[in-house]
Design a protein around this ligand. Structure first.
Ligand code: 13P
Length: 255
């Protein structure tokens, strides 16, 4: 697994776009976004659309893709679930773990997130660990404690080499889908904290080299300010990645 080239532009499509829509989006997107070597573009479509993505992006190996969630077991009687070990067969190379929507809606706690991370890594996927605080936690002054817990517990079972390979996504829950974005200063401050916690679990060099994405109402209008913030190595985008025009504008920024 190669280290991704920052900045990383990551699209989290959540529960949008089946196989047909995935293919038509990609046809149009390939006309609006030419390959660039100074960045990484990665999509997280719904699992049911991974093979359609692979088919449509066959001629564009620069368009990487991954799975939004996997089960914590390798296989078994888990109706409706998907195993990380199945994902490489689709051609996908990435996987998310710990997204706040998984934590909130499906009860993914830190121990489960750690298991899922291990499964992603064992399958040879580039794992992205999502972390971030709720508004209540931020207002209660718990930002530091929340990030510390989410990172240390997720990394705990991993080897040093595995810890070194993780990409992080800092997504303040209060900024997701709300139109409310962290200011570049807020983002820089939180990214510094994430880096500090990664350093605690690894070492200063590993922390320095870690790729940390910002997520939460990223739009074409705020992408340059966010990417200009110290320590912001890319973005994880929901809403604005669903339209070809806005997603291409984001992926073309800074070129
Ligand atoms: P929005 O960009 O829609 O706020 O979503 C962010 C997100 O959750 C990406 O994982």
């Amino acid at each position: 697994m190669n280290v991704p080239q920052a900045p990383v532009f990551a699209a989290n499509w959540k529960m949008y776009k089946g196989p047909v829509e995935t293919r038509s989006f990609l046809t149009a997107f390939q006309g609006s976004y030419a390959p660039r070597e100074d960045a990484t573009v990665v999509f997280f479509p719904p699992a049911v659309s991974l093979s359609a993505f692979a088919l449509e992006a066959k001629g564009r190996p620069d368009l990487e893709f991954g799975v939004q969630d996997v089960h914590s077991e390798v296989e078994g009687a888990h109706t409706g679930a998907i195993s990380a070990s199945m994902i490489p067969e689709t051609g996908a190379g990435w996987g998310l773990a710990g997204h706040s929507e998984r934590r909130r809606e499906f009860g993914d706690d830190d121990a489960l997130v750690a298991h899922k991370l291990m499964r992603l890594l064992a399958a040879g996927l580039q794992a992205v660990l999502c972390v971030g605080e709720t508004l209540e936690e931020r207002e209660a002054g718990q930002l530091d404690a929340v990030l510390s817990r989410q990172i240390s517990e997720a990394l705990h079972p991993l080897s040093v080499e595995q810890r070194r390979s993780i990409v992080y996504a800092y997504e303040p829950v209060w900024a997701i889908g709300t139109g409310r974005t962290a200011t570049p200063e807020d983002a820089a401050g939180a990214h510094a904290l994430v880096r500090e916690k990664v350093g605690d679990a690894l070492d200063p060099v590993g922390a320095e080299q870690a790729i940390i994405l910002y997520g939460g109402s990223v739009k074409p209008g705020n992408i340059s300010d966010l990417l200009g913030s110290p320590g912001v190595d890319g973005v994880l985008v929901g809403g604005a990645s669903l339209e070809v025009e806005s997603w291409a504008a984001i992926c073309n920024s800074g070129r």
